[in-house]
Structure formats: structure tokens, C-alpha cells
Design a binder for this molecule. Structure first.
Ligand SMILES: NC(=O)C1=CN([C@@H]2O[C@H](COP(=O)(O)OP(=O)(O)OC[C@H]3O[C@@H](n4cnc5c(N)ncnc54)[C@H](O)[C@@H]3O)[C@@H](O)[C@H]2O)C=CC1
Ligand SMILES: O=C(O)[C@H]1O[C@H](OP(=O)(O)OP(=O)(O)OC[C@H]2O[C@@H](n3ccc(=O)[nH]c3=O)[C@H](O)[C@@H]2O)[C@H](O)[C@@H](O)[C@@H]1O
Length: 431
């Protein structure tokens, strides 16, 4: 079965590689970025993702997967074409479907046999139906085409593991033909399949992401109250987690959620609901809490220090979470902007995110891949991502190397007692 995939980002590339890994022997990944395609052909991954490069090399060498910019040759005789291009946020919060439409146009002009088009990108409810109409209207050749929804649930940093061990595969179909095709594709994964119609599948994706975002914002809200009333959010989360109805995951309070999905998917669903005359009050609250949370520590810091002007400030952890080099919507960006605007000399540390950070801040801040160097002579230090390197760092160094041991920890990396014993001025979240 020939499977073509449009877009080789986190979703497209990982899906392609995993399909090859479970035995599909004719997977072609298409991208518009020639450099990316060349890089992938040479066995290198354009994204930082555990286990990915190894599986890319293995499956490319045995001929199960290929990469190309030539969409026409990839799509023309494919039985299945999966769309995994970006659906970024527009200024008004709605999802930008331009990339999806562009691929739809390319598919319509290329296919020469009956094809199932599968949308893996996160798209607003009704998009699958619209794209199907669009492709059918613009078809160059007289073939059968149907569009099915197959949203993706992987997380960055664990994308390969998540795909090979998915909690569920959701398929949104309008015919038995489409359902059977997708069941055949996913059979080797041996994972539970939830089959429904396209609108419900599209909604499952948004509802899942937005529920997780809401869970985080709820915990951040409670954490802020914990600080006021003298409770400890970590003990609170632990106490809650024993209730199976609540669960133990996504209860970690911090500096707010970032990434390429929670921020945009909460706004997109909120936009969609308002557009349909209904206000999703819970999602609105999740968004508002998150916006405030991102600046909570710097606001606290600016009440404690007279001025950031000329002050050396270390920022440890830049990516939106550990295990990825992605900075999209990372809380670190908002915080660094705040500090730079107020005249601070920021030195930023991250084990893998430096290159992407340079693209954002250019010469405006300094960069390092050493915590020691970042904190040397610093007068304040902000922790934005809970990398292992930061969690396992010997905290005595803050006392010994900083000009003033003043730490604002947005990810609760250290024990309050340890910091207190060392005489480090330490502020964290909800404790
Ligand atoms: N990043 C993640 O962890 C997850 C993302 N999603 C959703 O999946 C979709 C894709 O997200 P990412 O993989 O993060 O995107 P990404 O931005 O990492 O990658 C998109 C890729 O598509 C390529 N592209 C653009 N137009 C193209 C075209 N006409 N033909 C072929 N390739 C084209 C780009 O060059 C880029 O390489 C989004 O809708 C996102 O919301 C869903 C679950 C997880
Ligand atoms: O649609 C998507 O793109 C994906 O979005 C998230 O995955 P991801 O953004 O990669 O990362 P998460 O682990 O969910 O973390 C998102 C943000 O929430 C924050 N977070 C997470 C968990 C928590 O308890 N507290 C918390 O603040 C993280 O620091 C991070 O900034 C979802 O977890 C995936 O299921 C989904 O497929």
C-alpha cells in the first residue's frame, strides 16, 4: 500500500517513520523545504526527537521510506495521502487553514487513482468535509476521492514512543471503504481504534487538548491560591492524584503551558464556539489563567528588585518543555522579552534549544549551554523549563557562583528546605 504524507514536521515525519517501522514498505514523505528533504535523505532528522534518527536511518536503508519535494510523483499513485502540515493561529485566534488548502489543491491536480485523503493536522470541526468538497471540485482526473479525519495525539519529546504505543487511534469516516482502509493501515500497531464520524473525530482532538490545558490552568489557579493561604501545591496535587477519577497526570503547576498546540488549540476552539454563537466559558478561563501565569514570576521579581536595568539575569531552560528543541509559545520568550524591555542583560541557557532561541532574540541576549556560565555573577536567575540538567544541578553552585543568590523557579525544580538551608532566596510556584 503506497502511503504519501504531506509535511515532515513532528507529526508527518514521526508518522511516516513509524508506519515504515511497523512494516509498511512504500511510505513517501513530502515537504516543500528542499533542505529538509536533503537532510532527511542523509539520515538526519530536522527535529530533535528521541529515537527518531535511528528509525529514519534503518527504514530508509531498507527502502521502506523515502523523502521528496516532488509532490506530484508522490501523490499520483498513492492509495492514501495523509496531510500533516501546520494549522497555526491567526491573529483573531482562529486556525489558519492555508497550508491544508494548498496541499488539497496539489492533491486534486495530481491523483490518478482512487485515493483516501486523511487529515492528521488539527483542524476545526467541518474542515474534513470542506476539504473533500474542494478536492472533488478541483479534480484533474476522474477518480474517487474521500477525506477521513485521523487526529494525532503524540507529545513532543516522546513522539516516537507515543506513536508506537498510542492510547487510541481515532478515525472519523463517512464510509465503510474509508474505515477499512484506515483499519488496514493501523492494524500492525495493535492499538484501540475509535471509529466515529468526521465532525466528532475533529472535536475529539480539540476537546482532548483543551481539557488538558484546562487541567493545567486549574492547577495553576489553585497554586496561586496556595501561595496566599499557605498551602503547598505539590502536596495538594499528590493528595488529589490518588483519586482515579482525577488521575496523577497534568497536575503540575508551573509557569504556564506553551508549545505549538495547547495555546493555539484553546484559542481555535474558543473562536469556533463564539463564531457559532456559543461561549465556551471554561476554555476562555483556561486561556486567561495561562496568559497571567506566564508572567507571574517576573512580576513577582519586579516587586522585589528595584530595577532590572543593567542587571545580569540568567534564564535557565528555554524550550516549552524538556525533551524538545521547540520554543513555540514557550513561556521563556514572554519572560525574556519582559526582562530585556526593562534593561536586563539576559544570559540564556538550554541544553538543546539555543539555536532556535537565537532565531528569536538574535544579538539581544547572550547564550550558553553551561549552567555554570549562565549563573556566574548573575544577580537573579529564572528557571523556565525542568530539564534534567537543571533538576540535577548542585544547588550549592547558585550560592557560590551568583553575585546574589536570588532564584525564581517556574517549574518547582528544587526542595524549598534545601534552598533555605543554603541561604538562597528562592521563589517557586504554589509553595
Ligand atoms: N507538534 C505536535 O506535537 C503535534 C501537532 N499536531 C498537529 O499536527 C499539525 C502539524 O504540526 P507539526 O508537525 O508540529 O508541524 P510542523 O510545523 O512541525 O511541520 C509542518 C511541515 O509541513 C511542511 N509543509 C508546509 N506546506 C507543505 C506542503 N504544501 N506540502 C508538503 N509539506 C508542507 C512544512 O515545511 C513543515 O515541514 C498541526 O495541525 C498540529 O496542530 C497534532 C498533534 C501533535
Ligand atoms: O496536539 C498536540 O500538539 C499535542 O499537545 C500536547 O503535547 P505537547 O504540546 O507536545 O506537550 P505536553 O507534554 O502536553 O506539554 C504542553 C505544555 O504544558 C505544560 N505542562 C504539562 C503538564 C503539566 O502537568 N503541567 C504543565 O505546565 C508543559 O510544560 C508544556 O509547556 C498533548 O499532550 C498531546 O497529546 C497533543 O497531541
Amino acid at each position: 500500500m503506497k502511503i504519501a504524507i504531506a509535511g515532515t514536521g513532528y507529526v508527518g515525519l514521526v508518522t511516516g517513520v513509524c508506519l515504515a517501522e511497523v512494516g509498511h514498505d512504500n511510505v513517501v514523505c513530502v515537504d516543500i523545504d528542499e533542505n529538509k528533504v536533503e537532510l532527511m535523505k542523509s539520515g538526519k532528522s530536522p527535529i530533535y526527537e528521541a529515537d527518531l534518527e535511528e528509525l529514519m536511518k534503518k527504514n530508509y536503508s531498507i527502502g521502506r521510506i523515502d523523502y521528496t519535494v516532488d509532490y506530484q510523483s508522490a501523490y499520483k499513485d498513492a492509495e492514501i495521502i495523509m496531510i500533516a502540515v501546520g494549522t497555526p493561529e491567526r491573529k483573531d485566534g482562529s486556525a489558519n487553514l492555508d497550508y491544508i488548502k494548498k496541499v488539497a489543491k496539489q492533491i486534486a491536480s495530481s491523483i490518478t487513482k482512487d485515493t483516501l485523503v486523511v487529515i492528521k493536522s488539527t483542524v476545526p470541526i467541518g474542515t474534513n468535509q470542506d476539504i473533500e468538497k474542494y478536492i472533488r471540485k478541483n479534480l484533474k482526473n476522474n477518480v474517487k476521492v474521500e477525506v477521513a479525519s485521523n487526529p494525532e495525539f503524540l507529545s513532543q519529546g516522546t513522539a516516537v514512543k507515543d506513536t508506537l504505543n498510542a492510547s487510541r487511534i481515532v478515525i472519523g469516516v463517512e464510509s465503510l471503504w474509508a474505515q477499512e482502509m484506515l483499519e488496514k493501515v493501523y492494524k500492525p500497531f495493535n492499538q484501540p481504534i475509535v471509529a466515529t464520524n468526521r465532525n466528532s473525530a475533529e472535536m475529539i482532538k480539540y476537546a482532548s487538548n483543551d481539557f488538558l490545558a484546562l487541567k493545567i490552568s486549574f492547577m495553576n489557579d489553585i497554586a496561586n491560591l496556595c501561595e496566599i493561604v499557605g498551602a503547598n501545591i505539590e502536596d495538594v496535587a499528590l493528595g488529589m492524584s490518588y483519586d482515579e477519577r482525577i488521575g496523577s497526570k497534568f497536575l503540575k503547576a508551573g509557569i504556564g503551558y506553551g508549545g505549538s498546540c495547547f495555546p493555539k488549540d484553546t484559542k481555535a476552539l474558543h473562536w469556533l464556539s463564539t463564531h457559532n454563537g456559543y461561549e465556551l466559558k471554561t476554555i476562555k478561563a483556561a486561556i486567561e489563567v495561562n496568559e497571567c501565569q506566564k508572567l507571574r514570576l517576573v512580576r513577582k521579581a519586579s516587586r522585589l528588585v528595584e530595577s532590572f536595568e543593567g542587571m545580569k539575569v540568567a534564564v535557565l531552560g528555554l524550550t516549552f518543555k524538556p525533551g524538545t528543541d521547540d520554543l513555540r509559545e514557550a513561556p521563556s520568550i514572554t519572560n525574556i522579552e519582559y526582562l530585556v524591555d526593562r534593561g536586563a542583560n539576559v544570559i540564556a541557557y538550554d541544553p538543546v534549544g539555543i539555536e532556535n532561541t537565537k532565531k528569536i532574540f538574535k544579538e539581544n541576549i547572550k547564550y550558553t549551554t553551561s549552567i555554570d556560565e549562565a549563573i556566574k555573577d548573575a544577580e537573579a536567575c529564572f528557571i523556565m523549563t525542568e530539564w534534567k540538567e537543571i533538576i540535577n544541578y548542585d544547588v550549592i553552585n547558585y550560592k557560590e557562583k551568583m553575585k546574589k543568590a536570588l532564584i525564581f523557579d517556574g517549574r518547582n525544580c528544587y526542595k524549598i528546605e534545601d534552598m533555605k538551608n543554603l541561604g538562597i532566596e528562592y521563589y517557586s510556584i504554589g509553595r
